[in-house]
Design a protein around this ligand. Structure first.
Ligand code: SF4
Length: 354
């Protein structure tokens, strides 16, 4: 019986309960945890914290501002749907579209390439965000060759360097690692963090996957060990997707990257290699980029947003004075209320979690 497995896992977690702060780095895990009320059935000693695992939530405001700047300057700006409503310092991409800018939604970089091929008279910029899961598709498109009127605003983030920063910054005992990211990068990149004494279990996205990962972390803690374990073997293997890794290495260099609300994390992002600089929107529009950085206004409303604290598990959404009042999924003030993977969105939607 399906439910029996979940019940047994909860009983086991309860039996082995001890004070434990476990962080996941994945918006999809947060969705599973919030949607099925898992925090409500876990023993109070076991805290499951949400880390910076929502890709649109960690995309820095300057990248959004630059995307809006380009759209307002006449470029066709193409991005994922979630990104459209994330506020920058002066509105979001949908606001720009409403004022006449050419902003299009896409499901992948291939959609954006098709738009560029179909509109050779336009300059097309694809706003490429996300973690190691989305970067390989963009790398593959670059290697296939892109149209001359096409460039990429690259805002990719890497998960392991963020985990490395978090263990220095917050009180956390162990990690649930994201299954989809790990299908690409494999298990080895987490080893240095496990070697520092933090158990890590890679989990899938069903309720039982998340519960199993918590139970496995408990076993490690009880045994006094910290290692990288795989609770998602139906998708993840030790080495990851070598082809995807090689494509990423051919196209991107690892670089320091700014995470919204967190700041610059060393070696936590990807930028296009020099030989692909003609596809790099920040290079192609270097003057516009610098002007935008020089003239960014201060947004007093979003400065009250607590997403920075929420993304690092230092606060919960309900502690934000705007939660559910000024800030709702219909009128999001901060990025955590926009995406299906955002912590504030999930807390708002699944009210039993509030
Ligand atoms: S409720 Fe809204 S304003 Fe408050 S932290 Fe969440 S996204 Fe930011």
């Amino acid at each position: 019986m399906v439910v029996d497995i979940e019940k047994k896992l909860i009983a086991s977690i309860t039996k082995h309960a001890r004070p434990l702060r476990i962080m996941h780095i994945c918006g999809t895990h947060e969705r599973t945890i919030s949607k099925y009320g898992l925090r409500g059935v876990l023993p109070p000693e076991v805290e499951v914290l949400s880390g910076p695992g929502c890709p649109v939530c960690v995309t820095p405001t300057e990248d959004i501002d630059f995307a809006i700047t380009l759209a307002n300057a006449g470029v066709m700006l193409v991005s994922f749907g979630d990104m459209m409503r994330v506020p920058g310092n002066s509105g979001n991409l949908l606001d720009a579209k409403a004022k006449g800018a050419d902003v299009r939604m896409a499901y992948s970089i291939d959609d954006a390439v098709t738009l560029a091929n179909n509109n050779p008279e336009k300059e097309v910029v694809f706003f490429g965000i996300g973690f190691e899961t989305t970067a390989p598709a963009n790398a593959a498109a670059v290697l296939r060759g892109l149209p001359e009127n096409f460039s990429i605003l690259t805002s990719h983030k890497l998960v392991p360097p963020a985990m490395d920063l978090l263990i220095k910054d917050i009180n956390v005992d162990a990690f649930i690692a994201p299954g989809h990211v790990t299908t690409i990068i494999g298990m080895h990149p987490y080893q240095p963090i496990a070697d520092m004494g933090f158990p890590i279990v890679i989990a899938g996205f069903e309720v039982r996957d998340v519960l199993l990962s918590i139970a496995m972390i408990q076993r490690q803690v009880e045994a006094g060990v910290s290692k990288v374990e795989n609770a998602y073997p139906r998708a993840v293997n030790e080495e990851g997707n070598i082809t995807a890794q090689e494509m990423m290495q051919q196209v991107f260099d690892v670089a320091d990257s700014n995470w919204r609300g967190i700041g610059v994390i060393k070696n936590s992002g990807l930028c296009l290699k020099t030989k692909f600089r003609h596809y790099d929107a920040t290079k192609r529009y270097a003057k516009e980029y610098q002007n935008m950085l020089d003239s960014t206004p201060v947004n007093t409303v979003s400065s009250r947003c607590m997403c920075a604290a929420i993304l690092t598990a230092k606060a919960q959404p309900s502690q934000c004075p705007m939660f559910g009042k000024d800030c709702t999924p219909k009128n999001p003030v901060g990025p955590c209320m926009v995406s299906l993977e955002g912590m504030c969105y999930n807390w708002y939607k699944y009210s039993r979690e509030k």
